[in-house]
Ligand binder design. Sequence first.
Ligand SMILES: Cc1cc2nc3c(=O)[nH]c(=O)nc-3n(C[C@H](O)[C@H](O)[C@H](O)COP(=O)(O)O)c2cc1C
Length: 219
Amino acid sequence: MQDKKDTFFQVIKDRRSIRKYTDEKVTEEDLRLILESARQAPSGENAQPWRFIVVKDQESKNFLSYVGKHGSGRRFTGEFLSKQMQERFKDLKDEEKKIAAYKKLTSGNVSAFVSEADINIIVLGKKDVWDAPFDTSAAIENMLLTVTSLGLGACWLVAPCIDIRDELRMKEYFEITDEYKLFAIISIGVPARIPNPRPRIPLKDLVFNEKFGVAYYEE
Ligand SMILES: Cc1cc2nc3c(=O)[nH]c(=O)nc-3n(C[C@H](O)[C@H](O)[C@H](O)COP(=O)(O)O)c2cc1C
């Protein structure tokens, strides 16, 4: 039992957003396990409103990359203009690094990597199911953890899905019917590089004891 617990928590700790992949392929056996883990996720009223499109064709992946790049570029430009981005980088004192980060983000290039992933899974949810955003998120997290346990890497992207114009482009290209909404793209491949963990807010600032604001933990 202890072994199972340790292994499970290790997978959670090892998961990272992977944005660089080798040319190696994901096996059909692994892909099926990843999709099966999505199918096993909980959903409100057991509605299972998720649907998945597996995208391996290079031209289609290039299209996803194009939409992702432009979606990200617009989003980050909006964040820059509304000064949210400056707030996010306020602790970075090196001006050159700061400007480089602004340029990289507003260019949208940060989301162009999907064309290099072996597989992209487009995650759709039924529009008439109230809990669809939560349901699809549960399915996605199951997939990310399965990916990690298989020694593969994945990244959850919403950048190509937020702008209505991008959603319409995607729907037309992938022939998605109108009862479905586009929620995310999950790019999957063999990691070329495992990044360091991103910082996490400590439990003492996240968890409260009976009343909001009263820390449950000291550390
Ligand atoms: C809802 C959601 C949307 C995300 N959208 C994007 C995205 O569009 N592009 C991207 O590169 N990463 C995206 N990410 C990945 C996050 O940037 C990443 O999870 C976060 O920085 C923490 O890093 P980690 O996943 O390596 O722990 C998204 C993650 C989530 C949960």
